[in-house]
Design a protein around this ligand. Structure first.
Ligand SMILES: [Zn+2]
Length: 279
């Protein structure tokens, strides 16, 4: 890693697209230029490398449009992890050595940038790489308790109603969930309509059975809503990821409709991002 300049705020993107998809509204409101780091920015199989070069170029376009600096950590996406299926909802097991490596990498970043605030993925949707980032950031908190850490809701995984709450329950937090509404909403979301829909839904039903039996007591420290009604500018960042947007998000109208649904759930208009301070 070459010398980095100072950044007050650092965003963490598990993949090439997550921060653009999930945080475009807040990026546009940053007063000082933030840094966004993509952790799994490379691919292991040789035949996939070219697609990742394209996605890295898309990140550079998104960064100009969103006025942020970017960095690629160079960890490999598309690994052959146990049970991992790299589409839609992912249920792979986290590799412990990767949590440690990502943690050590982030530690260097925090030291070099003198960051005060970290905006990290909550891991809604259970993608193994998102959960690895979440765990690495939690580890970071133990060594840097003064670091202000906020977790963003991973889009598009957080589009179905109660999907964020399901993740919070899984993490031991005491929040209300309507599991029936969650499963119904999940079955209709765009990324679930591709490949193995039934298999994925069955796995989600099983997951609900597992977590609905938990009796949690942990309380969330703080919730923040970031509203930004400049949808054309937000879409400009999201759509920089031309190779990903069609599959995961759809077109501008579909994106606006999903965002509107989410915002209404928060009692906001048009567009809002919700962030969680857990500790
Ligand atoms: Zn991702």
């Amino acid at each position: 890693m070459s010398e980095l300049s100072n950044y007050h705020t650092v965003y963490i993107s598990p993949h090439l697209d997550d921060v653009a998809f999930s945080c475009a509204g807040s990026l546009l409101l940053e007063e000082q230029k933030p840094l966004s780091i993509t952790i799994f920015s490379d691919a292991e199989p040789e035949n996939k490398k070219q697609a990742f070069v394209k996605r890295q170029q898309e990140e550079s376009v998104a960064a100009v449009r969103g006025n942020y600096d970017f960095l690629f950590a160079g960890f490999n996406d598309l690994r052959n992890t146990k049970n991992a299926r790299y589409f839609g909802l992912i249920w792979g097991e986290m590799e412990p050595h990767l949590i440690t490596s990502v943690y050590e990498y982030l530690q260097k970043i925090v030291e070099q940038t003198q960051a005060k605030k970290l905006i990290a993925p909550l891991g809604v949707g259970r993608h193994v790489d998102h959960r690895i980032c979440y765990e690495a950031v939690c580890k970071l908190h133990s060594n840097y308790p003064e670091l202000e850490i906020w977790f963003y809701e991973d889009r598009p995984y957080s589009f179905p109603v109660y999907s964020t709450e399901v993740r919070l329950v899984e993490l031991g937090y005491s929040v209300d969930v309507d599991y029936g509404m969650y499963l119904e909403s999940l079955s209709k979301v765009r990324y679930m309509s591709h490949r193995n829909n039934e298999k994925k839904l069955a796995r989600c039903r099983q997951h609900v059975e597992e977590i609905s039996a938990l009796s949690n007591h942990k309380e969330v420290r703080e919730v923040q809503y970031i509203t930004n009604h400049n949808l054309p500018q937000i879409w400009n960042i999201v759509s920089a990821y031309a190779s990903q947007v069609k599959f995961f998000i759809g077109n501008e109208q579909q994106f606006a409709a999903e965002c509107q649904n989410v915002a209404l759930r928060y009692n906001k208009e048009k567009y809002a991002e919700r962030r969680w301070r857990l500790f």
